[in-house]
Ligand binder design. Structure first.
Ligand code: GDP
Length: 201
């Protein structure tokens, strides 16, 4: 049994001097804009508007830190989820892309509290070139990866497994690191939490 005890927004930051300073362990979440990242964070936190799907101005191009307390099989654990800015916008200037890359790779390379990166891909669309690029950033930083395939409610049951297998092959990730997820149906919430806690705690 898994229960959310508390979930709150902590802070927004664009650089290390603004990251929370305590030693609480972190799992970062990253994906193309519109992949369902805010919806997944809300589903994991069991809150409707923690990460706003409407997108608060100023928060979308920065790192957002959330603190979550969960109870798993009677034991309480605290983690921070770190929402990294989305990528893959059609119209970004080179300078903007560089700013994004600098912000994300600084976090991925330097953050001592970071234990796991949760990468999101749209289950129906599959991994795009920008998703592959993101994965290579995470790997270059030496961080463990867990992949969430979002919006599986849009696929028929028979199509989910082949999509997961294709992602596994394309991205060179074992199938047990890939989680089918639907924020709408709350599919995968418990499984992602278990894998996350196993990795970070
Ligand atoms: P973000 O930009 O990655 O934070 O994506 P959002 O969470 O804002 O979601 C983008 C769009 O996808 C919104 O219209 C959501 O309603 C939709 N969406 C998110 N999760 C799901 C899901 O599990 N199933 C379906 N069918 N749509 C979803």
């Amino acid at each position: 049994m898994l229960k959310i005890i508390d979930a709150s927004f902590l802070t927004t930051s664009v650089a290390p001097d603004g990251y929370p300073a305590d030693g609480l362990v972190e799992a970062a979440v990253v994906g193309r804009s519109n992949v369902g990242k805010s919806s997944m964070i809300n589903a994991l936190a069991a809150r409707r508007k923690l990460a706003r799907t409407s997108k608060t101005p100023g928060r979308t191009r920065a790192l957002n830190f959330y603190r979550i307390e969960v109870e798993q099989d009677g034991a309480r654990r605290r983690v921070r989820l770190v929402d990294l800015p989305g990528y893959g916008f059609a119209k970004v200037s080179k300078a903007e892309h560089q700013r994004w890359e600098e912000m994300v790779s600084t976090y991925l390379h330097r953050r001592e509290q970071l234990r796991l990166v949760i990468g999101l891909v749209d289950a129906e669309v599959g991994a795009t070139p920008s998703d592959e690029q993101m994965l290579s950033y995470i790997r270059a930083a030496g961080q463990p990866i867990l992949l969430v395939a979002t919006k599986v409610d849009r696929l028929s049951k028979a199509k989910i497994k082949p999509k997961l297998l294709a992602l596994s092959q394309q991205l060179q990730l074992p199938l047990d690191r890939i989680f089918p997820f639907s924020a709408t149906l709350r599919t995968g919430v418990e499984e992602v939490w278990r894998a996350l806690l196993e990795q970070v705690c």
